[in-house]
Design a protein around this ligand. Structure first.
Ligand SMILES: Cc1ncc(COP(=O)(O)O)c(C=O)c1O
Length: 440
């Protein structure tokens, strides 16, 4: 059966760039995903960072059944009870400051579109400042503010986007400065250039609290404080894209909480749906009232869907009940310790960084030149997969080669030990092959 379906996949599916595995997959539970040959893999990507409470958590399965008893979907104009409840729980238990109003959509890309539309309507402007290495999604507006995306070949991006160099302590644009001074100097220069170029139509500054696709870069707090001040000084709104950082992954409820900086608009996705397509955008009552007066619209066939809201509520409940925010810190410290131990023994592991269970491990040819070890990164990632560990590698020619390690917050120490064992074996084999003049 599966052989013929592999052929069907080849014959009938559009290759979308992310479809890197030759296998087809059938099942996912907790940290483990299974392919059609019955082979199991530890999923240290949390299924593209969505299965934060583990794949197919029983609470999610129950929530889907519950929605089946009630309703999966309504006309977009009808607000389901469960959607009102989810908005209330977010405002009461999860969101920082006065972010009390939320809209529910499907994907992180869509959430970015909503946030940008809100900011443009509120300010009357259209200019957006985004960071180098950012990833806010694949749709039109979102990809315009995403510098880690493949931007070539898709026509004209939305005009009015300006780039702030991303803070990168390991690979700074101006070596020699300390991390914080370098981040602030880059921002200062970017703002001076923006002010020169601006048509006076500023709308927003958008940032991921941890710049993930750009290499798991954790900015200094002062950088986010300075972005807050830069937005205020220009009458622009500050948007935090918390697709990856919200709901416990980094060991706090949100990135805003970790950095103690409150944005005007926060986007959330991934974890919230636990694997189902649910995203949310929160803002203040004042901004919501203003754009309402201006006839703000955003609806799709699946705005405010009851099915995904039922699941979102269940996910948040599990995070509370299983104390997963604390667990992200505890297991994150353990996992990080294991990588720091590897770093002692392998010259090619140049940097280990991150927060909670969002960890970046940067590979270099040697620690003096810090040249990105792209071939090693690709080879090791492939070998890991062959040995039963799925993980993500972020590779950009202009940046480093960074493993992004982000297992579910429910991961066990045994699973971590097994993953590190696989990873070390894959690394050793890859180094031997490269030294022997093999594939690299
Ligand atoms: C920070 C961030 N924002 C937005 C997105 C886009 O989300 P989606 O893929 O659900 O459209 C992603 C996806 O990886 C992301 O990491």
């Amino acid at each position: 059966m599966s052989g013929s379906l592999e052929a069907a996949a080849k014959d009938h599916l559009v290759r979308y760039g992310g479809d890197t595995f030759p296998n087809l997959f059938t099942k996912a539970r907790g940290t483990v995903v299974t392919d059609s040959q019955g082979r199991e893999y530890l999923d240290f990507t949390s299924g593209q960072m969505c299965a934060t409470i583990g794949h197919n958590h029983p609470a999610i399965v129950e929530a889907v059944h519950r929605a089946g008893e009630k309703a999966f979907h309504f006309f977009s104009g009808m607000i389901p009870e469960v959607v009102a409840e989810l908005a209330q729980v977010l405002a009461r238990d999860w969101l920082p400051g006065d972010l009390t109003k939320t809209i529910f959509v499907n994907t992180g890309s869509e959430a970015t579109e909503v946030a940008l539309r809100m900011a443009k309507m509120y300010t009357g402007g259209y200019e957006v400042l985004a960071l180098g290495g950012s990833w806010h999604g694949i749709t039109g507006g979102a990809s315009s503010v995403s510098m880690a995306s493949d931007r070539k070949g898709y026509g004209v991006p939305a005009p009015g986007v300006f780039v702030i160099p991303e803070p990168n302590a390991y690979r700074p644009y101006f070596p020699g400065m300390d991390e914080e001074a370098a981040a602030l100097a880059n921002l200062d220069l970017a703002l001076k250039l923006y002010d020169m170029q601006s048509a006076g139509k500023g709308a927003a500054i958008i940032v991921e609290p941890v710049i993930s696709a750009g290499g798991v870069l954790v900015p200094p707090r002062s950088f986010l404080v300075a972005l807050r001040q830069a937005a205020d000084a220009r009458g622009m709104l500050l948007i935090f894209d918390e697709a990856q950082t919200a709901f416990g992954r980094i060991g706090t409820r949100t990135g805003a909480e970790h950095f103690d900086v409150v944005p005007d608009i926060m986007t959330m996705s991934k974890t919230l749906g636990g694997g189902l397509p649910l995203a949310a955008v929160a803002t203040t009552a004042a901004i919501e009232a203003d754009i309402y007066e201006k006839h703000f619209t955003y609806y799709t066939s699946h705005v405010s869907d009851p099915l995904t809201a039922e699941v979102g509520l269940a996910v948040l409940k599990v995070i509370e009940q299983e104390k997963l925010v604390d667990r992200a810190n505890a297991m994150g410290a353990y996992l990080r310790g294991r990588f720091e131990d590897l770093q002692q023994r392998y010259e090619v592991i140049g940097d280990v960084r991150g927060l909670g269970l969002l960890i970046g491990v940067e590979l270099v040819t040697d620690r003096v030149s810090r040249s990105p070890a792209h071939a090693l990164g690709a080879l090791t990632t492939r070998k890991c997969f062959e040995k039963g560990l799925s993980m993500n590698i972020r590779r950009r020619p202009e940046r480093g080669s960074v493993w992004r390690i982000a297992p579910p917050l429910t991961v066990s120490t045994n699973e971590i030990d097994r993953a590190v064992e696989i990873l070390e074996a894959a690394l050793r084999e890859s180094l031997d092959e490269i030294a022997a003049g093999g594939t690299a």
